[in-house]
Ligand binder design. Structure first.
Ligand SMILES: *[C@@H]1O[C@H](CO)[C@@H](O)[C@H](O)[C@H]1NC(C)=O
Ligand SMILES: *[C@@H]1O[C@H](CO)[C@@H](O)[C@H](O)[C@H]1NC(C)=O
Ligand SMILES: *[C@@H]1O[C@H](CO)[C@@H](O)[C@H](O)[C@H]1NC(C)=O
Ligand SMILES: *[C@@H]1O[C@H](CO)[C@@H](O)[C@H](O)[C@H]1NC(C)=O
Ligand SMILES: *[C@@H]1O[C@H](CO)[C@@H](O)[C@H](O)[C@H]1NC(C)=O
Ligand SMILES: *[C@@H]1O[C@H](CO)[C@@H](O)[C@H](O)[C@H]1NC(C)=O
Ligand SMILES: *[C@@H]1O[C@H](CO)[C@@H](O)[C@H](O)[C@H]1NC(C)=O
Ligand SMILES: *[C@@H]1O[C@H](CO)[C@@H](O)[C@H](O)[C@H]1NC(C)=O
Ligand SMILES: *[C@@H]1O[C@H](CO)[C@@H](O)[C@H](O)[C@H]1NC(C)=O
Ligand SMILES: *[C@@H]1O[C@H](CO)[C@@H](O)[C@H](O)[C@H]1NC(C)=O
Ligand SMILES: *[C@@H]1O[C@H](CO)[C@@H](O)[C@H](O)[C@H]1NC(C)=O
Ligand SMILES: *[C@@H]1O[C@H](CO)[C@@H](O)[C@H](O)[C@H]1NC(C)=O
Length: 676
């Protein structure tokens, strides 16, 4: 019985094999010999191999089964290659050989590889090509200029973004009448836009951002009546914006951020019913902000920051009910926030920094009605006002509050404690007094705290060493939409500008206050902290051994305090520490050696008369703390004062410089990093 079953099994096996073999053969998907030759030629040219491409071995599947190759439905040698999609295959080298022989090819996708050299001339000899995506490679030279669409008349998508193409935008585009998506962004193109571009009536997406394209934006752009997305940001466009937006009736996104545009907002632009996103940050546009919200029914995101707009913050903006993101920062506005801004119920991100805004109490009372508000930037306004302590203020969804450099006085207000979602708090460069409240420790998501340059007193609340997100690092960060910018106050150094909250390093900055008492050993729990700055306070006692627990620490500045005792040897275990400063304290004993400590300059340790590199002992350990303080104070009195004075002078100089410093220019590499 068993034996018979076994036999049957064998017979079935053999049968199934004999049925499968021919099948396998028919799956040896060979392709047209010309196509095979073209593919082989292409592959031979590369410095890398393409996984699973193998034309030598007889038992390998035919080229139609190769990675990334798609053939049409014909049989045998009639099978033609119609798709070559090799994105993210770590291809290295140049394209040579004659790809043009793939004359049935419709899709060519080499994106996200390491291909270089100039574009092969015959790329545009492909009669049937519809999609070419060679984005995110290292191609150089000019973009083929010899009649791009003379032969390749069916091109719908051209994506050349993120390469090193230079020269001008090709002039021979006029015959690319099928073109719908054109992306030349993040290259090094210069010159002005060719008029032929404006004949591409079917274009729906045009990406030219991140080049050096100059000249004015011609009225011709109004011919592109199918445009849905137009991005010309980060270029050198100048002149006025053309008044053609009535003709761009499908335009949903327009970004011209970081150019040199001047003049007023064109009437057709501020009356566009289709626009959802308008980003004109960082130009030199002037005049009033006169959006017609009755017309702009779809507007969700508006960026007019860093321009020369003037006048009061317009009342009428509050009628753009769908607004989620609004950036009016760094303009010459003035007055108070209009009361009817409380109608902007969808508002989530708002920047009004440096707009000469006054009356912080009224501003906050209005904005608390915008229940979805999560990011609020009010830096450089309200000069010399009192920070409101109105207990009824409530911002349930606020995760970022940037209220720096306003010269606000008063204690840190109680209502902040109810902003449970706070992740990012910058109250630096004010005149805030009193203690740091202990409820700070309850912010479960807080990972960036800057209270520097205030007049805060007393001890650091111990609860600050219990900040959950700095212990476990588990924070889900809600990022602003593109075009919304965050700046640090930057008066004591360079002003940082980031487009992402997560680009900020986890930080506790309490520098330049009058805080005192010990540095709690519990700080050692903050494994995820990257920056701890306690400079220029009156902290005393030893540097706790446990600080070596802050495994992620990159910067530790304890300078200009009254710390005593030795520098704990355990700190050499902080392997990311690149910026360490304990100068101008009352430290003694041997400076630890090894680890990152071998890289710190002498200036990190100066102003401590008991520190040495060789052998020395710390006598202070035997001396009671009180007498030590008296004694040391007289010893280091003079250098300390000189240090403080120098610090003050430097600070004043830095303030002056940063106050006039221009915004950081567009950082190409940074953008690549962020978008990839
Ligand atoms: C195919 O064979 C040639 C010559 O024998 C050899 O140079 C080449 O490296 C082989 N290619 C592959 C992919 O094995
Ligand atoms: C091949 O035929 C199938 C079924 O008819 C169809 O879905 C597919 O799109 C065809 N493929 C090509 C490349 O023409
Ligand atoms: C090309 O391939 C990449 C994946 O590597 C994909 O993200 C991209 O959408 C493709 N391009 C086109 C035009 O389909
Ligand atoms: C555009 O196409 C026409 C007709 O096919 C042809 O005569 C002309 O040379 C082409 N121009 C360019 C720039 O390719
Ligand atoms: C290139 O652009 C096209 C059209 O915008 C898009 O579909 C494609 O995904 C882009 N390629 C990559 C790699 O992003
Ligand atoms: C332009 O787009 C329309 C609609 O998508 C299409 O019917 C037409 O054929 C396209 N024109 C060209 C020249 O490709
Ligand atoms: C633009 O031109 C400037 C000056 O020639 C150059 O430094 C910069 O790298 C260029 N930027 C791009 C994106 O090509
Ligand atoms: C815009 O379109 C009109 C009419 O189709 C045409 O006469 C004009 O030459 C076009 N302008 C440009 C700059 O292409
Ligand atoms: C604002 O838009 C509405 C609706 O489109 C329109 O009736 C009105 O004339 C516009 N107002 C101005 C000043 O353009
Ligand atoms: C700002 O606007 C005021 C009037 O509202 C004007 O006097 C002043 O010159 C403007 N400042 C700048 C820098 O444009
Ligand atoms: C507020 O945010 C919530 C959650 O994202 C969303 O469901 C709601 O529609 C928003 N409210 C308004 C008025 O936009
Ligand atoms: C703030 O605005 C004033 C006046 O508009 C300007 O002079 C100053 O440079 C601005 N500061 C920053 C950091 O943008």
């Amino acid at each position: 019985m068993f034996f018979r079953g076994f036999c049957l099994f064998f017979v079935l096996m053999a049968l199934s094999l004999s049925f499968e073999l021919p099948n396998l053969n028919s799956e040896t998907l060979t392709c047209n010999p010309d196509d095979l030759r073209a593919l082989t030629g292409f592959s031979n040219c590369l410095e890398s191999t393409i996984p699973e491409w193998n034309w030598n071995s007889t038992d390998s599947p035919g080229c139609c089964a190769w990675t990334g190759v798609t053939c049409d439905n014909s049989t045998g040698f009639d099978r033609r290659v119609v798709g070559l999609e090799l994105g993210s295959k770590r291809l290295v080298g140049k394209i040579c050989g004659s790809l043009a022989d793939l004359n049935q090819l419709r899709v060519l996708n080499f994106s996200h590889n390491f291909l270089g050299g100039s574009l092969p001339d015959d790329l545009f000899n492909l009669q049937n090509i519809e999609i070419i995506d060679i984005s995110n490679n290292a191609f150089v030279g000019s973009i083929n200029n010899k009649g791009m669409c003379t032969i390749s008349t069916k091109i719908r998508v051209l994506n050349f973004s993120n390469n090193y193409f230079s020269g001008e935008v090709p002039k021979d585009l006029a015959n690319c009448t099928s073109l719908q998506h054109l992306s030349f962004d993040e290259n090094m193109l210069s010159g002005s836009l060719p008029e032929s571009l404006f004949q591409l009536k079917n274009l729906s997406e045009l990406n030219l951002q991140g080049n050096n394209i100059s000249g004015s934006l011609s009225n011709g752009i109004g011919n592109l009546s199918n445009l849905v997305k137009l991005d010309i940001s980060f270029n050198l466009f100048s002149g006025v914006l053309p008044d053609i937006f009535t003709r761009l009736a499908r335009l949903e996104q327009f970004s011209a951020r970081s150019n040199l545009f001047t003049g007023h907002l064109p009437t057709s632009l501020v009356n566009s019913p289709s626009l959802q996103m308008l980003n004109l940050n960082r130009n030199s546009l002037s005049g009033p902000i006169n959006l017609n919200c009755s017309a702009m029914k779809n507007l969700v995101s508006l960026g007019l920051g860093s321009n020369l707009f003037h006048g009061p913050i317009p009342n009428s903006l509050s009628s753009c009910r769908g607004l989620k993101t609004l950036n009016l920062g760094r303009n010459n506005l003035s007055g108070e926030l209009p009361n009817n801004f409380k109608n902007l119920k969808s508002l989530t991100q708002l920047s009004l920094s440096n707009t000469s805004l006054s009356n912080i109490l009224s501003t906050l009372r209005i904005l608390q009605h915008c229940r979805n508000l999560s990011m609020l930037v009010l830096t450089r306004n309200f000069h010399d006002e009192q920070i409101p302590n109105d207990v009824s203020l409530e911002f349930k969804n606020l995760n970022s509050l940037i209220l720096a450099n306003c010269q606000l006085s008063g204690p840190i207000p109680e209502w902040l404690s109810r902003c449970h979602k706070l992740q990012f708090l910058d109250l630096s460069w004010n005149h805030l007094g009193g203690n740091i409240p202990s409820w700070f420790g309850k912010f479960e998501s807080l990972f960036y705290l800057d209270l520097s340059n205030n007049s805060l007193k007393g001890e650091i609340p111990k609860s600050l060493t219990e900040l959950r997100s700095l212990i476990s690092g588990k924070v889900t960060i809600e990022e602003p939409v593109p075009g919304f910018e965050l700046y640090t106050a930057g008066q004591g150094g360079p002003s940082l500008s980031y487009r992402q909250i997560s680009s900020f390093r986890p930080t506790i900055d309490l520098s330049y206050n009058i805080l005192q008492g010990p540095i709690w050993p519990g700080f050692g729990n903050l494994k995820r902290l990257h920056v701890l700055n306690l400079k220029e306070n009156k902290f005393s006692g030893p540097i706790p051994n446990n600080l070596s627990g802050m495994a992620g620490l990159e910067k530790l500045d304890l300078s200009h305090n009254k710390l005593s005792g030795e520098i704990p040897h355990s700190l050499i275990n902080l392997s990311f520490l690149s910026n360490f400063n304990v100068s101008y304290n009352q430290l003694c004993g041997k400076i630890p050696q090894g680890g990152q400590f071998d890289t710190f300059p002498n200036t990190s340790f100066e102003g401590n008369n008991g520190l040495c590199y060789a052998q020395c002992t710390c006598q202070s350990e035997q001396i009671p703390i009180l007498s030590l303080r008296k004694k040391k104070r007289t010893i280091i009195g003079l250098p300390f004062k000189i240090g403080a004075a120098t610090g003050f002078v430097l600070t004043v100089i830095c303030c002056f410089i940063s106050g006039w410093a221009l915004p950081k220019p567009h950082k190409r590499k940074y953008i690549r990093f962020v978008t990839s």
